[in-house]
Design a binder for this molecule. Sequence first.
Ligand code: GFP
Length: 807
Amino acid sequence: MASPTPAPCPPKGQALLEAMRRHLFSSQAKSASLATIHDHYVCLSLAVRDILLTSWVDTADTYTSQHVRTATYMSAEFLLGPHLENNLVSLGLREEAAAACEALGLTLEEMLAEEPEPGLGNGGLGRLAACFQESMATLELPAIGYGIRYEFGIFRQQIGPNGQMESTDPWLARGNPWEVIRPEWSYPVLIGGQTVIGVAYDTPILGYGVHTANTLRLWSAQAPDAFDFASFNAGDYTRAVLHKVQSETLSKVLYPNDELEQGKRLRLSQQIFFVSCSLQDMFRILGSQGIPVTEFHRKFAVQLNDTHPAIAVAELMRLLIDVHGVDWDTAWSITTATISYTNHTLLPEALEAWGLELFQQLLPRQLQIIFEINARFLRTLRIRFPGQPELLERLSLIEEGPHRKVRMAHLAVVGSHTVNGVAELHSRLLKENLFADFARVWPDRFTNITNGVTPRRWLAVANPPLAALLNDAIGTDWCRHLDQLRKLEPLATDAGFLERWQGVREQAKERLAATIRQDTGVLVDPSSLFDVQVKRIHEYKRQHMAALQVVERYLRLRAGEDLPPRTVIFGGKAAPGYAMAKLIIRLIVGMAEIINIDPAMDGRLRVIFLPNFSVKLGQKIYPAVDLSEQISTAGMEASGTGNMKMSLNGALTIGTLDGANIEIRERVGDDNFFLFGHTAEQLAAINRNGYHPMPWLENDALAKEAIDLIGSGHFSEGDRDLFHPLLANLCSSDPFRVMADLGDYRRAQNEVDSAWCDAGRWSMMSVLNTARCGFFSSDRSIQEYADRIWKVAPVPVNACSVIPSPS
Ligand code: GFP
């Protein structure tokens, strides 16, 4: 609400206000009487951009004049989230912006709500890439992020009675004030005999409290010619623009995960497209600084974010040899000294392998190079491991068989000097299972760097009341040095502090309750336990196990058991072609419909599916979580980062010994973590003996009752067939071992109920979670990458721009 007599603006707020007014005229070409909320949002963003441009220009100047060693981060996904508030926090201007808005009769909240989210990622992997960009800037590390400027990001999800519905996400439809097009930096890429041009769009990534603003450079695809004149003159208008349309398809849309069979051709084309543009851009930078191409590896450390950019190994070789005239051996030492590779999953379906035929059609020269790399690699292996043809077959870059394929993960391992997993368990399993043979060949190539999340977005931006309490209690240093949260530990038993802590948590829960009401129409009780699972919907993440647990709870409450009130909140997208994941959403929606109106529940159980989980929504959810559900089948979740965001904001985790859960538990202490389930080793042993879910189910009357209730059509308007595929799968093969863990999950949930009833103890545990989560800052992860893999040092940027700061 606008205040009738706005308080006077502070000086920087005044400058922002003036810049907003100026932009309304000079950028939006409007008078105040015609301005929409969106116009005001654009004006505020441009006013903020004006301020950060000085950092951006100075950073580029500093890096260029000092010829700095630079880390480049290649990723098919960057799930950035909205920029405005993050930039305001980094610049320390949030209050000033609020005052400027108020002076115009607006609120900052309205402006923030107006910003579309660049959803250029599926989930954890893309979000990690975004956290990493921000940490690199904050740590003053010279870095460039390289990716694709998808015109349509991850689809928008709506939830109806039949579950998920998808629509496109035209995030660029109303323009994007944060990017700058650089048509002078465009590069040709030859794909399937046709040339596509990649044009650079740059976005500044501002560090927190420093003068550094690094660049995220995303490539947009264009045809070399707008249209074919000959066809146009002959009246064939469709043919005239065919190549243009085909070319631009390359950066049209982000592919959802788990859809590997669909659009393979386009995916491989997208990969070479952005990788080639990025490498050509690095050669351009090298040339502009007068550095010889043989010094490529001294100038650049290239990190492959997962297997998607693995073609970089062959493409860097091609550019060195074919374009820059370097001999094979030198090119190979440069390539392997430059590239390193992060693996993000052990799931076989995510380890891309492209059919040879498709590869040959699209990228014949790169394929030739891959064959040559393979031939040389296998030759060295034959000498080192004589008489072991199976070993060679397993390690080869080419999968033999009726349909020969290029194994992209193998290409990435062979072409990198370092390969890392993203949590301790994952990195160990990589060495023991997926890359066991490679670990025999090159034991020193493999390492671990546990993921992290940026405390700026996930605490300062997402949870201002908590940030203010921390500033008050332990000073402001935590935001750059998250380990400082340790100072909270003694306060975990301080009654006065716990009361304030409780107050902050209540605020966040009330805020989420309002969002739930707005987005789903359901009223929830903010004093109930908020039990939350938000992440991509996938069977290995076991949202269906959580759903079964809710049905059991429903049955127990109906049978008269006294359980403390809970609000169980789900959110996340299912890949449009992943039928089982969509069925899981359908089940949750069906459960919510019945349970939320059942008078027997008497407010003691609510089920919510929040539609369209995104960074923006995550910012509202994470601060309000009491119980963080991290219940993947042990050995399957590489790390997880939602687990870190929740724990950092004071949630307690119920989880398996999987991914980074293990390290979270080690740090927050086993008393402050609800552990359950089989370990990865135990599951491996169970699998060796032949797993069947039936014996587990037969001994579990409650689980049987829950499954029967679902099967009876209770949550599907009497339709007994709807959930059959899900239930039959659980009762026959149960590939994600839900039945093996369900009983122990229930036991841990019962412990949660008892702990919740002791509010004082719960608050203390909550404080200790936050206090002990400092390790999970992406600053720490990035420091490790910089020191151990990239060997890139910070380069502070001083304000030296000739362009005066508008503030
Ligand atoms: C993947 C893995 C996660 C991991 C992230 C970031 O996430 O365990 O935390 O990458 O390393 F599965 P998704 O992209 O699959 O969500």
